[in-house]
Design a protein around this ligand. Sequence first.
Ligand code: KG4
Ligand code: ZN
Length: 336
Amino acid sequence: MIVLGIETSCDETSLSIINEDNSLLSNVIVSQHSTHAPHGGIIPELASRQHILNIEEAFDNCLLESRTNINDISVIGVTNGPGLIGSLIVGVNFAKGLSISANKPLVGVNHLKAHVFASWIKKDIQTKKTFETPKEFPLMCVIVSGGHTDLVKLDSEFNFELIGRTRDDAAGEAFDKAARLLNLGFPGGPEVDKYSSLSNDRFDFPRALLKGSHDFSFSGMKTAFLNLSNKHQPFDEDKISKLCNTFQEAIVDVITTKTIKAADEYKCKGIVVTGGVAANSHLREQIRLKSPFPVFIPEKKLCTDNGAMIASFVVENYKKNSEKFNNIEVKSVLNY
Ligand code: KG4
Ligand code: ZN
């Protein structure tokens, strides 16, 4: 069984192929960062247009890299939400066209569930890297991306229970806004990560832990950061590094503390960290250091948006629910 995964929900056009052992044969990711960077954030209309320009070549390269052709593909999976509507439409329509012309079944995949399934990818055939995957349930999953910060309990691969979410900004959004205050590039998360590594020093900074709840809130920390950074104008590289290190430490502390607490309370056997912010080096280090449970974090390029996680979701679902895969159509957006 060979699955093609298509992801176009935001600003990455990504097509990937995975086999039935959940080994990655190819993972083509065309980023639009240079298109959006001059605007300091994603412009939805530009994102849709870039997907249209990029998707065919990305598909050709995906087949080429995996040494497969369209006849080898058994199922096509495509993100059908949540995401930017224009961007989603490009991927879904490309997938529908392919499905009809090549006579292949098509399944619509929830982007957030798919982020979690990046943790089930066992191997990258091109780099020959192997990855440890979760085996025991329940799992506490924290999905930290540009649009979401969700704590989800998984009783099995398919039973998602939302137990907490951000009440305002997402973690990635907070990183992006902090970077913008310091005039760093877009996306801001990787910039904050890079500058933080240049400093061992931090300012005092508050954390919003919302005790008694599994929800998150980052907007107050964002305002605190605005006030702190205003006090330290004009910026030089040392100040920027110390400010980044302060903010990153606080956000990572909140995510780490709350995820471990939730895992403990729900008697979980492991923790999954995923979504773009899971590429943050300090978060990867700290949660592994502090968690008494095994921690699974996909490699960095599988944390940010990619088609491999979509294909992984389809492969794992197919293994458990093969009868439901006859006659598949793109379904409406699934919620948890
Ligand atoms: O999952 P993702 O690629 O797209 C969404 O589904 O939103 O996440 C993108 C987010 C952006 O906000 C970006 O700044 C953040 O992930 N991000 C990071 C890092 N790499 C990406 N945040 C902190 N540290 C990083 N290294
Ligand atoms: Zn995402």
